[in-house]
Write a protein that binds this ligand. Structure first.
Ligand code: NCD
Length: 356
């Protein structure tokens, strides 16, 4: 499959993943042979939202391949702060770079950018929507540690409402056989309906549980997440969550009930949801996971930076209305109408849309 942009894991197939992972394994086994593989290539790194790991791992990946990069991690340094549209910022940036990696607050912004770019767009997180390169990191870790990705029970714990890494991981795991989920979250941070609809439409088995202690012994992989306080809307009161979070905190004590070969993952940053003493347990793989993230991003950059340039800009701008207040179409009003086959917004995937 020819993949030009990595916006959502839903756009790629399992063969694409297999070939990317094979390349990643080769890079890990002989990294010196790749140190000039991207010589002369430029990555534009546009981070409109804070990032440590994702930004650093893309930088490290590009530099280890002999390529270079430019960009910003503070959007106030750009002309978007003067009112420039996302479309113009991307169209201009793509004149200079060979690939663009971007992180935004608005959901669907990477999809929007891909319509205006001459070069591949990599979604490094679009609000609470998706984060597919974290998913590449997660899949790489599961594959390395467990020998394969299929036939596992995965516990998703913490903030399943705003956690974009969780949404991306579910989207990706839909492509693997026999994946069962246990959704472990307080009611106020439960998995959004549009994701549950997606899981049902792909025949993915899931159960819901409101305590980690109850679920932990059945899990092969436990995916812990941070509470995304910065994304809380008015309907989510922070104080009501603090009181119940101990039910969703991983402790050495709870781990005693888990399988001996459990794999504990976390996209990081960790706040208080994993007790520090857990780090010494051999089942805790989250720092290894961060390292694998650099290697799989090397493989991704190698594949995408070598693609020929080209763009076909939208002819019919405007006309898209989405009722998700976080959707990119709410601020970039010129975006063309995009609807998924099941009637959801083609940018943010939210099911409920206003009529156009
Ligand atoms: C995650 C993100 O930004 O969504 N971090 C990351 O990229 N490793 C998770 C988080 O911020 O909680």
């Amino acid at each position: 499959m020819d993949v030009r942009n990595l916006i959502s894991f839903d756009d790629v197939d399992i063969e694409w993943w297999d070939s990317l992972y094979a390349l990643c394994r080769d890079i890990m086994s002989r990294p010196d042979d790749y140190r000039d593989a991207c010589r002369g290539k430029l990555l534009a790194s546009l981070f409109f939202e804070p990032s440590t790991r994702t930004r650093f791992s893309f930088q490290a990946a590009m530099l280890r391949l002999g390529g270079s990069l430019f960009g910003f991690s503070n959007p106030n340094e750009t002309s978007m702060s003067k009112g420039e549209s996302l479309a113009d910022t991307i169209r201009m940036t793509s004149c200079y770079a060979d690939t663009i990696v971007m992180r935004t607050k608005q959901e669907g912004a990477a999809k929007a950018a891909s319509l205006y770019s001459e070069v591949p767009i990599i979604n490094a997180g679009d609000g609470g929507h998706l984060h597919p390169t974290q998913t590449l990191t997660d899949l790489t870790t599961i594959a390395r540690v467990r020998g394969g990705v299929g036939d596992i029970t995965v516990g998703l714990c913490g903030d399943l409402k705003y956690g974009r890494t969780v949404h991306s991981l579910v989207t990706a795991l839909a492509k693997f056989p026999n994946i069962r989920f246990v959704l472990i979250a307080p009611e106020v941070l439960k998995m959004p309906d549009y994701m549950l609809t997606f899981m049902r439409s792909r025949g993915m088995a899931y159960s819901v549980c409101d305590s980690l202690e109850e679920a932990i012994d059945s899990l092969d992989v436990l995916y812990m997440t941070r509470i995304q306080r910065e994304r809380f809307g008015e309907e989510t009161a922070a104080s009501s969550i603090d009181d119940i979070m101990s039910r969703f905190t991983l402790t050495v004590d709870k781990l005693r009930r888990a399988k001996a070969d459990l794999t504990v993952l976390h996209p990081l940053p960790r706040v208080t949801e994993i007790e520090r003493a857990v780090d010494n347990d051999p089942r805790a793989k989250y720092f290894e996971q961060a390292r694998y993230g650099m290697y799989i991003r090397m493989a991704l950059l190698l594949k995408l930076t070598s693609l020929p340039r080209g763009a076909s800009y939208p002819q019919n701008e405007g006309g898209h209305a989405c009722d998700n207040p976080e959707c990119v179409t709410r601020t970039e009003l010129y975006l063309p109408r995009l609807v998924t086959p099941d009637g959801a917004c083609g940018y943010c995937d939210k099911q409920k849309r206003a009529a156009v």
